[in-house]
Design a protein around this ligand. Structure first.
Ligand SMILES: [Zn+2]
Length: 175
């Protein structure tokens, strides 16, 4: 699997979302998903990022959570395959599009808290099996830059990551 939901713009899968840790009023909360669950609603969402043709697009390199992901037979466009390969250290996906759903502006968002870390599972480079990649926000930010962690919000069943100074690069999530 590779690219996601062409209607939502150019989204590329980073991996399956398995954990989000966030903070609200100095308390920590953890959301966890199972990679293989019999219950459909527990199926892990896809953690994707926006990979836009427009290099100046402000959403470039920003994370998007795709709920209820399903494989399709449609092939991903070349630019998205290239992006997938970059962020998976030379490793290609199956080159197929995924369908799923993202928050579409409704219902209104409810803010949950500041995201401390996200963990996604995927195969990069020479990984022999699915590997957890955890990112703590603020990690890898260049010295002297102000770090703003993204805010987790819920829009009905959908999760949204708002803002933040991080960006997705070939190194993974940076900042
Ligand atoms: Zn864009």
């Amino acid at each position: 699997m590779e690219a996601v939901n062409p209607k939502e713009g150019a989204l590329v899968e980073l991996g399956r979302l398995t954990e989000i840790v966030y903070e609200r009023a100095r308390r920590r909360y953890t959301l966890r998903w199972l990679l293989r669950s019999r219950k459909r609603e527990e199926r892990a969402p896809v953690l994707a990022y926006h990979a836009c043709d427009d290099k100046k697009c402000p959403a470039n390199g920003k994370l998007v959570v795709v709920s209820n992901p399903r494989a399709t037979r449609a092939s991903a466009p070349k630019s998205l395959r290239v992006s997938y390969r970059e962020t998976h250290w030379g490793r290609g996906g199956r080159g197929k599009m995924i369908s799923g759903s993202v928050w579409s502006g409704r219902p209104p968002l409810v803010l949950e808290g500041e995201v401390v870390s996200v963990t996604y599972t995927t195969l990069k480079g020479t990984d022999r099996k699915s590997t957890d990649y955890e990112h703590a926000f603020g990690e890898g930010a260049s010295k002297g830059t102000r770090v703003v962690r993204p805010t987790l919000a819920k829009g009905g069943e959908h999760l949204v990551l708002l803002g933040g100074t991080y960006v997705v690069t070939y190194r993974g999530i940076v900042g």
